[in-house]
Design a protein around this ligand. Structure first.
Ligand code: SF4
Length: 322
C-alpha cells in the first residue's frame, strides 16, 4: 500500500484510517489517478479491527479516508469493482455498510470520513449517518464549479442539477448537517456567466466552510493535454475574491446560528489562545472553545454556546456526558 493505514493525531484523541487507495475517476485537473494508481478498497474487517484497537487505546474519533469514499467496495478478492459480477457486487461491502460496522465498535467512538464524491454519494450513506448518533453530521462534498459545462470539462461526472439534488438529500435526511466544499476558480474556458453560476450555487447551498483555490495547471493531467489555461491571472484572482466574500458571509451566518444552543463536543486539547480553555468540535465539525474546569481531553461535554467569532463557537459546559 502507498498509504499507511493508520495515522494517529498528536492529540491522542483523533486518528485517521485509510480505507482505500488510488482513484478510478479522471478529473481533468487532478494528478492523483496518475500518482496513486487504480482504486483499491481495504478489507472491512481489518478497518474495524483498527478502529477497535484505537478505541481501546483511548482514541475517541476516527476519520475514514479515501479519495472517493462513496466508491468504497470490498469484494473479498481484491478485484477491481468493474470486473465484479452483479452477484459478487451484492455480496461485497459498500461504504454505507462499512460505516455501520465502524459505528458499531462503540457509541463512544465518533466517526468522520472524507472525501465524498457527488457522483457516488448515495442516500444509503446518508441514512446510515442518520441512524447512528456517533457518525458525525458533516459532509465534505466538493463541487468544484457551479456550471455544468465547466463540470463536464473537469470530467467530474455530474451536473449542477445532480449536485443540488445531493445537497437536497443531505438536508432532507440529515437536517442541520454541516456541509463544506472545494471550489476551483478560473478553470480552462470559464466565462463570466460560468463564474456567476458558481456564485449563485454558493448562495443557494450556504456552505459552512469552503476550500477555495485558483486553478493552476498540473503537469501530466488531462487538462494540461486537452485545454488551454486561458483565464488571465487577474481575472482568476478577482473571481476568487468574489467567491471568498460570499463564503465568508455564509460561514459567519452558519457559525452564528450555533449561538444559544447546546452542542455535544469531544475535547481535543487546549485552545490555541489559552491553556485555561479547551477546544473540541461539535458534530458538524465546528470548533467550540470553553473554560477547561476539571474536564479532560477525550471527554464528551455539552457546551452552551453564548457567543462566537467568524468561525469559532464560544461557551461553557452545562453537563458532562456519561
Ligand atoms: S479530484 Fe478526487 S475524485 Fe477526481 S481524480 Fe482526483 S482524487 Fe479522484
Amino acid at each position: 500500500a502507498d498509504l499507511t493505514p493508520v495515522r494517529l493525531g498528536t492529540n491522542g484523541v483523533t486518528a485517521l484510517i485509510s480505507i482505500m487507495r488510488g482513484c478510478d475517476n479522471m478529473c481533468s485537473f487532478c494528478v492523483v489517478p496518475f500518482t496513486r494508481g487504480r482504486e483499491r478498497s481495504r478489507d472491512p474487517e481489518s478497518i474495524v479491527a483498527e478502529a477497535k484497537d484505537l478505541f481501546e487505546k483511548g482514541y475517541k474519533e476516527v476519520t475514514l479516508l479515501g479519495q472517493n469514499v462513496d466508491s468504497y467496495l470490498y469484494s473479498g478478492g481484491g478485484l477491481k469493482k468493474e470486473l465484479l459480477t452483479e452477484e459478487q457486487k451484492k455480496a461485497a461491502t459498500n461504504f454505507a455498510q462499512l460505516l455501520e460496522k465502524v459505528a458499531l465498535v462503540s457509541p463512544e467512538l465518533r466517526i468522520r470520513f472524507s472525501t465524498s464524491h457527488p457522483k457516488d454519494m448515495t442516500d444509503e450513506v446518508l441514512e446510515t449517518m442518520a441512524k447512528y448518533e456517533n457518525i458525525c453530521k458533516y459532509v465534505h462534498l466538493p463541487v468544484q464549479s457551479g456550471n455544468s459545462k465547466i463540470l463536464e470539462a473537469m470530467n467530474r461526472g455530474y451536473t449542477r442539477e445532480w449536485y443540488l439534488n445531493r445537497i437536497d438529500a443531505i438536508n432532507r435526511i440529515l437536517p442541520g448537517c454541516g456541509i463544506s466544499t472545494d471550489i476551483i476558480t478560473g478553470f480552462c474556458g470559464e466565462t463570466e456567466e460560468d463564474h456567476a453560476d458558481t456564485l449563485s450555487l454558493l448562495k443557494q447551498v450556504q456552505y459552512d466552510y469552503g476550500f477555495l483555490f485558483m486553478y493552476s495547471e498540473r503537469p501530466k493531467t488531462l487538462a494540461e493535454r486537452k485545454y488551454k489555461d486561458d483565464v488571465p491571472e487577474e481575472i482568476k484572482s478577482r473571481r476568487q475574491s468574489e467567491i471568498v466574500a460570499i463564503q465568508r458571509e455564509n460561514s459567519a451566518i452558519k457559525t452564528k446560528a450555533g449561538v444559544g444552543k447546546v452542542h455535544k463536543v469531544l475535547i481535543e486539547g487546549f485552545s490555541k489562545k489559552s491553556n485555561e480553555m479547551f477546544m473540541g468540535r461539535n458534530t458538524q465539525n465546528t470548533v467550540v472553545v470553553f473554560p477547561k474546569e476539571n474536564y479532560k481531553k477525550g471527554d464528551y461535554v455539552n457546551v452552551l454556546v453564548t457567543t462566537c467569532t467568524a468561525s469559532t463557537l464560544i461557551g461553557e459546559v452545562v453537563k458532562k456526558q456519561d
